[in-house]
Design a protein around this ligand. Sequence first.
Ligand SMILES: [Zn+2]
Length: 173
Amino acid sequence: MKLALYPDPVLLCPAEPIAQVTQEIRDRAEEMVPFMALEEGIGLAAPQVSWGVRLLVASEDGSSDQARVLVNPEVVWKGGGNEWGEEGCLSFPGIYGEVLRALQVRVRAQDLDGNDVELEAEDMFARVLQHEIDHLDGVLFVTRMRPADKIANKQKLDELVSRYEARRASTEP
Ligand SMILES: [Zn+2]
């Protein structure tokens, strides 16, 4: 398993819904959990490991034990007002900025057994879920950043683009 880094196209397009949770999907999702912990993330969306499906893993404390796998997750309710808070992203190493998010969300999804689940989250965990669900729509946190943070990160973003292009040039036949 390998991280897709910005501006990899897999990060920019909407992911496909999962019609049925198969064993292959379970296996791959269960691989994402330790991978996320290893990368020190608290959330990881399937497109970030070059898998274009609507699935995410997220953990309230970053541990594998607390990790939830959500299939076809959708925010069905937002509340508690909105707050700016700092975010980073495993697909954007070294880039941090403030993003406005709802403080509380209710998310509907399926679990790996194909059962419908609903969960409520607040504060940091609500933020993580909104960030990861955005990934499934091809929406990246840098587009939601405070304008001043966009400017502050411009050079680092340009560097990510150059590095991506250099890697592609070196792997092309
Ligand atoms: Zn992210």
